[in-house]
Design a binder for this molecule. Sequence first.
Ligand code: PLP
Length: 375
Amino acid sequence: MSQAIAYCDYNATTPLRPAAMAAMTRSLQDVGNPSSVHAPGRSAKGVMEAARETVARGVGARARDVIFTSSATEALHLALDAARDSYGDLIVSELEHDALWEATRDADEMAPLRATIDGVVDLTHLEELLAAAKRPLVAVMLANNETGVIQPVSRVAAMVREAGGILLVDASQAVGRIPVGIAALDASYLVVSSHKMGGPPGAGALVLASGAAFAISRRGGGQEQGRRPGTENVPALAGFAAAFDADGVSESVRIAALRDRFEQALRARHGDVVIFGETAPRLPNTSLFALPGAPAEIALIALDLEGVALSSGAACSSGKVKSSRVLAAMGVEPALARCALRASFGWATTDEDVDRLLAALDKVRARLGALEGAA
Ligand code: PLP
């Protein structure tokens, strides 16, 4: 990362890996629509199909079951459409990203699945919901974008199968950070995103378990075996595949050590810090924490002025800090949730970035304390 900014917001998006940049640059220098039959078209198709093989291998699927999309959001929506004739009721975890939550929350047949204080889906509640559901489609993410908490997806899958349902798993934050296999998860639909793992934005995929139902919902040029029309973004897919090949999972030990050192130091300096989800298994790179009395919207601006890029836990696509639906689902007090900050690290994070983040947090806290004292 450039010296100027300590970038600690990998769950929002990651810097492009050099291998992804190189693969994209090569692809951008070529012309060719992968649907064209001439040599340049065939060459673009070769790049795209190699990318498909890589993504498929990365999640243990068959290449023909990988459908490229423009984003994880699009892949999630495509999965809902693909499954539409195969389910009656819909059960969606309250921990899901807005990309899915906002698309399903108002559906008549949707039942929200509660979470525990640890940030894990409530399996007792799932059992109750499944008992009352007909042919349910259940959506549970693999790792939460705010807390990093890894969900017990294999147990969820066993319960869903038993109830005669099907499972949709958003693995956007997990792929490239922990091992992900569609068969081990027993998901019918798996969603991955390029820009969370060091690839470019503008690429994602819906991966199908073999035999998963696919109702065609969009008609057009017949790309992606007629399942997602529109000319594929070959340079982005080349970058996506290079990011998969970089094997982020092997970097996890280093990144977990950075995160753990960050949390230990935070605790040593601020005895009242609250770390959300720490009692559950978490992604190696994520820390969602609150310094009581330091509201996120003020802290984020102050951190930005210090050259440290962090997020509040909640999505802020409008540029405004929203209160976190995930922390509310975990039963966190609104006053504490307002102070939630998310540090998320990745392939280019250095010890120096972590030190700068810690120093900036010290400053912010001291300044807010001084303001409180003066008031
Ligand atoms: N799902 C999760 C868990 C996410 O964290 C995000 C992005 O933050 C998305 C889906 C949406 O991803 P995309 O930006 O690729 O649409």
